[in-house]
Design a protein around this ligand. Structure first.
Ligand code: HEC
Length: 156
């Protein structure tokens, strides 16, 4: 199975997973989020080896549009993703404070290993380290919500 197919398949399975679980209360979500940031998500100190330039950010946006768009939208803010708020936990806006508060190393870790038991898949072995670091740059330079339109795959 090629890499794009892998992520598209993961996206296709998501609504089924999301319907079975119960949404956590706001308080549980906050406690879990802060525990995740402090204890569970490793690699806090690793620095992004890529410099943020128009080229590296464009590379990240390109990789994101293949492997992450199905669940996160083109803009990383769920624009046009029909099941984003029906998952448990819901697909977060990657522009939110919770996500932006991660260090670059932690974002790399989240993308490498995914988040169990949610629908967020790990990309290690599927994407190269360079691709993942460029995606981290893109996450730091997300465009305004909605400015890139909706993923074509959901428009029909
Ligand atoms: C199959 C759907 C799906 C795909 C594909 C996907 N994600 Fe996610 N992502 C999720 C879900 C669901 C969450 C919420 C997980 C949670 O909070 O437990 C999430 C959360 C995240 C978070 C925030 C993690 C946190 O702890 O708050 C980041 C960063 C992220 N995704 C980046 C990416 C990147 C980059 C890609 C592409 C390489 C990607 N995702 C591909 C579904 C997906």
């Amino acid at each position: 199975m090629d890499r794009t197919a892998y992520f598209a398949l993961a996206a296709a399975l998501l609504p089924a997973i999301g319907c079975k679980a119960h949404p956590p209360s706001g308080i549980e979500t906050r406690v879990v989020t802060s525990a995740k940031h402090h204890f569970l998500v490793g690699n806090k100190k690793e620095k992004n080896p890529l410099a943020a330039t128009p080229d590296t950010i464009a590379d990240g946006r390109e990789a994101f549009s293949h492997y992450c768009m199905a669940c996160h939208g083109m803009d990383g803010q769920n624009t046009g993703v029909p099941f984003a708020d029906r998952m448990s936990p819901p697909v977060p806006s990657l522009a939110s404070h919770d996500v932006q508060d991660y260090t670059d190393g932690q974002l790399k870790w989240v993308i490498d290993y995914g988040i169990w038991p949610s629908g967020m898949p790990g990309a290690k072995g599927t994407l190269s380290d360079d691709e993942i670091w460029s995606i981290v740059l893109y996450l730091r330079h997300l465009p305004p919500a909605g400015s890139l339109g909706e993923p074509e795959m959901y428009s029909h």
